[in-house]
Design a protein around this ligand. Structure first.
Ligand SMILES: Cc1cc2nc3c(=O)[nH]c(=O)nc-3n(C[C@H](O)[C@H](O)[C@H](O)COP(=O)(O)O)c2cc1C
Length: 165
């Protein structure tokens, strides 16, 4: 059902895909999987390879998997998933089985979990994680986004597989 494509041939405007349409960051292993809505992130090239950059705050349950696992996926869904994105972006996997609540199907590419209902899935191998505390940002950004000191970590994932339906 999914077709693997070269990231250099991918369609879609990244600003719209991430910032407007949104995505799920999915991480975990064969026993346990969690997803969370994200609308911050980027795609580009680093270390000679196409890559994704995901930003996850300290408080997120997803972060525990991002830290322990070697890979993660970014899952993009078509129309009609607004409620799912809202739920995945407000409820924590610490409190509920979010996958079951949303009737999503966990699938694996190798060891990396993703949701089969997505229409685009990017499998990323984590190659870097940089926490961004107050001293790394401007006063304006700190005042607007980090009064709670719930800082982001930027995860750099080299794209292993770009899959579209
Ligand atoms: C539209 C939207 C975008 C979001 N983007 C991000 C993001 O980029 N990074 C982040 O850490 N949290 C983001 N969140 C918040 C998390 O999705 C939310 O806290 C979620 O409940 C965390 O789930 P978890 O504890 O199961 O990981 C976003 C929430 C929404 C609704």
């Amino acid at each position: 059902m999914f077709k693997k494509i070269n990231p250099y041939e991918a369609q879609g405007n990244v600003f719209n895909m991430i910032g407007k349409q949104k995505m799920l960051i999915v991480a975990g292993n064969k026993e346990s999987v969690n997803g969370m809505t994200a609308s911050w992130g980027s795609m580009g090239v680093i270390w000679g390879a196409p890559a994704c950059f995901a930003f996850v705050r300290d408080s997120r349950f997803t972060k525990t998997f991002m830290d322990t696992e070697e890979t993660f996926s970014l899952c993009f869904f078509g129309e009609g998933y607004e409620d799912m994105y809202r739920y995945m972006g407000t409820v924590s996997g610490r409190d509920e089985d979010k996958t079951a609540h949303c009737n999503l199907t966990v699938a694996y590419e190798g060891d990396t979990p993703y949701y089969a209902e997505a229409d685009t899935v990017i499998i990323c191998r984590k190659q870097g994680a940089v926490r961004m505390p107050a001293e790394t940002m401007s006063d304006a950004v700190n005042e607007k986004w980090y009064t709670s000191k719930d800082y982001h970590t930027m995860y750099t994932g080299i794209i292993e597989c770009y899959m579209v339906k």
